[in-house]
Design a protein around this ligand. Structure first.
Ligand code: NDP
Ligand code: 2IT
Length: 444
């Protein structure tokens, strides 16, 4: 059995009941086959792959908090510290009822390669809780965040592990967590990113993931003699990533015609009015179906089905495995020619394979959504310097980082004879730096 197949079999056997983690490992290992076969002896002798797929540490803890009725509630909290070969652990916190250890391991594993691709000194981590922020009062969210941080603060720090936002964690939650960290430790340091602008946050961090996604999409289109202006775009989700992907796509002359949430999707053939969406989602924390109250010419459909809307470009920006093989076929049949993933692993393996085999342009999440964590690393730099850069400075750095990520993925794919396969290219380029650092640092 090849080294890759051996390791994958072990991962499945030793991590039961964690299908998303298996899926993420399989996708990465499959595309590293050529690199690993070429270095098999070297890697085997130091158990490089065995170490790569094993978390350095997982912290798992209870999070008790009191709801508005005075009832005590208990959630599960986690921090997965996956790999620190190239820098302190870095990655978001997810608050969603679906969160479990396997999902956080898949996200932490992806984060290792994504963070490496940014070119910045950040290792891979992820955390979160099965707490559901939906329908909770601000006080309940604060009570949860304070309790979560009361345990988590023992394991994080500006040079150790720097969490940030992800699904269900935005500026409000980061604020509550930062306040509690400061109160418990007495330290005013860059221990979290995505902070508010008046207490150490970075300009352009809010926009970064969505903007970065569109910047790398532009690079992929340019390299394939296509352009974004005038194209019709469908974007799933209507959270942080989806909103700012819409904003940048619109600024660059594309027409975004659909957005969704976990209940359903809106189709606006005249082009989504983003101020309406921002008011619903960022101000009122409402549902996407409210869009049609403000724009009656748009249509709301309950349930899944967003990928049946005809478009040139699709940007899945909601959650893992939201786009399956049937969706991929529907996109292609309707003329879609490019897909870039704002979310982490939104396409199933079958959908990804279909995109590649049918000749569509496809940019995987670990390259396409890396602008968020890259800008988090820029926030860390500003915190260390005790300086703030302008929006334009940060945005320009972000833009260059995305251009570089495209170049790295493109180059690695070409070096290994799979030109245009940016899945392989991103995995290989991300892996090379981490593997090299692990080899240099000995058996740790
Ligand atoms: P938000 O919480 O701001 O928004 C998430 C959006 O996705 C909401 O519209 C939500 O709908 C929808 N969604 C979430 N879970 C599901 C589900 N199980 N089924 C259907 N829809 C769902 O999160 P973000 O925008 O920050 O994150 C979106 C994706 O991008 C995630 O995969 C995240 O890991 C990834 N990402 C985020 C980064 C960031 O900087 N924020 C950076 C890189 C990647 P509803 O409100 O109904 O739940
Ligand atoms: O998936 C991700 O890259 C994020 N949620 C952002 C992580 C970060 O540290 O900014």
């Amino acid at each position: 059995m090849s080294y890759v197949d051996e390791i994958y079999a072990k991962v499945v056997e030793q991590n039961p009941g964690e299908p998303e983690f298996h899926q993420a490992v399989k996708e990465v290992l499959d595309s590293l086959r050529l690199v690993i076969d070429a270095n098999e002896e070297k890697y085997r002798s130091v158990a490089l792959l065995e170490r790569l797929v094993e978390t350095e540490r997982i912290i798992s803890f209870r999070v008790p908090w009191t709801d508005d009725k005075g009832q005590v509630q208990v959630n599960k909290g986690y921090r997965v510290q996956f790999n620190s070969a190239i820098g302190p652990y870095k990655g978001g916190l997810r608050l969603h009822p679906s969160v479990n250890q396997g999902i956080l391991k898949f996200l932490g594993f992806e984060q290792i390669f994504k963070n490496s691709l940014t070119g910045l000194p950040i290792g891979g981590g992820k955390g979160g809780s099965n707490f559901d922020p939906k329908g909770k009062s601000d006080r309940e969210v604060m009570a949860f965040c304070q309790s979560f941080m009361t345990e988590l603060h023992k394991y994080i720090g500006a040079d150790e592990d720097v969490p940030a936002g992800d699904i269900g964690v935005g500026g409000r939650e980061i604020g509550f967590m930062f306040g509690q960290y400061k109160r418990l430790t007495g330290l005013y340091e860059g221990v979290l990113t995505g902070k508010g602008l008046n207490y150490g946050g970075s300009l352009a961090r809010t926009q970064a993931t969505g903007y970065g996604l569109v910047y790398i999409l532009e690079e992929m289109l340019k390299a394939n003699d296509k352009e974004l202006a005038g194209k019709t775009v469908v974007i799933s989700g209507s959270g942080n990533v989806a909103i700012y992907a819409t904003e940048k796509a619109q600024q660059l002359g594309a027409k975004v015609v659909a957005l969704s949430d976990s209940n359903g999707y809106v189709y606006d053939p005249d082009g989504i009015q983003l101020d309406v969406v921002k008011d619903i989602k960022e101000v009122r924390r409402g549902r996407i179906k409210e869009y049609v109250d403000a724009v009656p010419t748009a249509k709301y459909t309950e349930g899944k089905g967003i990928w049946t809307i005809p478009c040139d470009i699709a940007l899945p920006c909601a959650t893992q495995n939201e786009l399956n093989l049937d969706d991929a076929k529907a996109l292609k049949a309707n003329g879609c020619f490019a897909v870039a993933e704002g979310a982490n692993m939104p396409s199933t393996r079958e959908a990804t394979d279909y995109f590649l085999e049918s000749g569509m342009l496809f940019m995987p999440g670990k390259a396409a959504n890396a602008g968020g964590v890259a800008t988090s690393a820029l926030e860390m730099s500003q915190n260390s310097q005790r300086l703030s850069w302008t929006f334009e400075e940060v945005d320009e750095k972000l833009h260059n980082i995305m251009i570089n990520i495209f170049a790295k993925a493109d180059d690695a794919a070409k070096r290994y004879g799979v030109a245009g396969n940016y899945v392989a290219g991103a995995n290989i380029a991300g892996f090379e730096k981490v593997a090299d650092a692990m080899l240099c640092q000995g058996i740790v």
